[in-house]
Ligand binder design. Sequence first.
Ligand code: BES
Ligand code: MN
Ligand code: ZN
Length: 477
Amino acid sequence: MTTLKFRNDDKVSAKVFILNTIENIDNIGLSTDESCYAKKIYDDDKRKTIVINRYTECYHIFFIDGDESENIFMERCRKKGASICKWLNDNKYEDVLIQNIGGKRCVKMGCAEGMMLANYEFNKYKTDAKPNTLKTIYFLEGTACDDCVDKLNVTVEATLMARDLVNEPVNHLNAERLAEFISEKVRSVGGDAEVFNKKKIESLKMGGLLAVNAGSPDEPTFTILEWKPENAVNEKPIVLVGKGIVFDTGGYNLKPSSSMNDMKDDMSGAATVACTVYAAAKAKLPVHVIALVPATDNRIDGNAHVTGDIITMYDGTTVEVLNTDAEGRLILADALAYAKKYDPMMVFDFATLTGAAAYAIGPVATVAMEHDAEDIYKQLEETGERVYERLVKFPMYEEYGELIKSDLADIKNVGGKYGGAITAGKFLEHFTDYPWVHFDIAGTAYIETADHYKTAGGVGIHVRLLMRFLRDMATKD
Ligand code: BES
Ligand code: MN
Ligand code: ZN
């Protein structure tokens, strides 16, 4: 992974200069000829990027002088960072120094963030991989705050770890391996981890997780990750719940292959929450945070659950299963009910839950819902705009609850043709009794083609949002 560091000199062969005005071109060490050339192409071609190649070094100069809002401006910096990253790799550079002349300090951070995220590759299964050359991004000493640089390094590392987990196929990452990996990671940075095996899950009567797992040759797991620092600003923990379906075939309501192809991504929510606890612990944030990760694959077998089955969940609720492909809500329900025992300050769940959410607003933003957490949601929404992992709130009107009433059991696991993302949210809501925000990341967790600093495949969505949210919370009190 790319690291962001400080250095005292500018002896780096690739230099990126971010300028706010063309006048500043005279302050970056170019010769008179080079300055004239730069000014000429800036004036003639209205070009916002100028590259000056010397024999031993290269200047990549660009202008960011927009008057758009802070959030849009920062996003432009990240995207610019991503395009420079490609240029650096194409030209086989290993190091780059970013300097900012005249603009806001944060432009450098945005640019570095975009570079680091864009430089991600998942090539561990390629025998002849030619990895990107870029390794280190430098700022000059004293030109950014140490803490911001540390936090950016940790947040990017955790985001890329989440991408790795999502990109890992199920034959290399079943529920047990996922549990083991995330537990070891969290322990390695001073957090706690506990993994419930099938026997324990049976003794707890987690009927949702067990029903989905019934068709699997592999055991289910329920992982609890915890970061509880002595100086935590919150008395009650924040609990994060992540959907850990390591592969979703749909079960007996089998998915057509076009819909099944990417279903290794169905544990993206698990990746998000696990990597966030890892990052919070590594950054030693003074926030008490817990992640709950129910995990299994959803497959066909002689024992697999079928439609019409009535199951009893961890909290005693009976559920009529009318579609085995609506499995995420079954495993999440057990985890959300389990979360009550922590008397949590708030609970957020992350799940690639419904195609309906993806169809509604696409990969541009995440569908969110909230119960008894209006103010918290507003903060999350604002944070989402800042990190550009935006949220759109869907309603949780009572009427939607009618759609999941069952004739035979307390509720059923599908709501019919309309409002699929909302009825799924309503199903989950049944198992909560605390301030709760639900994130349906089906549209945002995984992308087929790269989009600026989001590489193709797993996005590692919302690790950045959660880290920013937790950091803000830590500094507010
Ligand atoms: N994992 C899928 C949802 C999904 C779809 C995630 C597309 C990522 C991309 C989920 O388990 C599912 O199959 N949901 C069903 C629910 C339906 C049967 C009520 C769906 O959305 O079709
Ligand atoms: Mn499904
Ligand atoms: Zn699923």
